[in-house]
Write a protein that binds this ligand. Structure first.
Ligand code: 13P
Ligand code: SF4
Length: 316
């Protein structure tokens, strides 16, 4: 039998049963991967799902920090990532050394780390957050306490604007995919798609211009700054027929699949995360068949990081 004739999808289903395994996939994963997943969602939903599953094995189809988070939450389970090169340009903008130095400058500050960070960085943080609960997490911190928010500059600026917090310092990190979605992209789409709802991820560099348009009235009813799962929910419940989607294009597959009668327009066709696309069906099969690649976080780091993640899960 040639590789082409091998039915990876069917074999993945067999192995999942045999090994009591679940496949979790982020909304940006390739369609073929989403189709074999037991659950597809945003980073928060994936963390919650990992925390509640009774499977023995979790095949995590996303990027490395997400699999690390699952391993921290479920230290007794085997967490696998099908490709070790599935990294994240945003998570690599800050390391533990840099965070230690920043904390030394603000010894009384609460550290809020976006989930797109390494386990070592989470271990030095007070709270973890994702794009869907960042505002809630920051709002839960006493107003007089300084906040160090990392690593995303655009998400941080958005949270500071919504919470009106003046004592919040923001790390200047960015995701190469979302930083490439600019104010001009929103402006030109606004002129073309007058009746569409605009769904914007808070990591985008156009987030502040979207907020500006919302405050001016141009987007007051149709502009929405949302996490990927927030976008999915909005696509389901809105009466609009057209949606301009400002995030990684992988989400369009699930949007269209769940809402075939609606139209979804990517704000930029080349907003593609090469790390999210590292995983394909063959690698998912390989992962399940050979138990590769196991993601394990040293217990001293995991114990500290778990506190920050648990705080996030209890707030959201
Ligand atoms: P979500 O938490 O909205 O899924 O975003 C994760 C991410 O990596 C965005 O690029
Ligand atoms: Fe990281 Fe950006 Fe890819 Fe999300 S889209 S995983 S933030 S590089």
């Amino acid at each position: 039998m040639t590789m082409l004739e091998f039915d990876f999808k069917k074999q993945i289903m067999v192995l999942k049963k045999e090994k009591n395994a679940v496949v979790l996939a982020h909304n940006y994963q390739l369609p073929e991967v989403q189709d074999v997943a037991d659950f597809t969602g945003d980073s928060l939903a994936l963390s919650k799902n990992a925390a509640s599953t009774d499977a023995d094995v979790i095949v995590f189809c996303g990027v490395h920090f997400m699999a690390e988070t699952a391993s921290i939450i479920c230290p007794d389970k085997r967490v696998l990532i099908p490709d070790l090169e599935a990294g994240c340009s945003l998570a690599s903008t800050i390391n533990a050394q840099e965070l230690k130095a920043w904390k030394d400058e603000h010894p009384n500050a609460a550290v809020v780390s976006y989930v797109n960070t390494t386990a070592e960085v989470k271990a030095l943080s007070d709270y973890c957050c994702t794009s869907s609960n960042a505002v809630k997490v920051v709002s839960s911190i006493p107003a007089a306490q300084e906040v160090l928010f990392l690593p995303d500059l655009f998400l941080g600026s958005y949270v500071a604007e919504v919470t009106k917090r003046k004592n919040m310092y923001i790390w200047p990190g960015e995701c190469h995919v979302h930083a490439g979605i600019k104010a001009e992209d929103i402006n030109s789409m606004l002129a073309t798609f007058k009746n569409a709802d605009f769904l914007v991820h808070p990591e985008c560099s156009c987030t502040s211009s979207t907020m500006y348009h919302m405050s001016k009235g141009d987007l007051s009813k149709t502009g929405h700054i949302l996490s990927t799962e927030g976008m999915m929910k909005h696509a389901r419940t809105s009466n609009a027929e057209q949606f301009v989607v400002a995030t990684e294009t992988g989400i369009l597959y699930r949007m269209k699949k769940e809402n075939p009668e609606k139209e979804f327009i990517p704000i930029k066709r080349d907003a593609v995360c090469k790390y999210m696309k590292k995983i394909d069906l063959q690698k998912v099969y390989n992962s399940l068949a050979h138990n590769v690649y196991e993601v394990k976080v040293p217990s001293d780091v995991a114990d500290k990081a778990r506190l920050a993640i648990d705080r996030m899960l209890s707030i959201s």
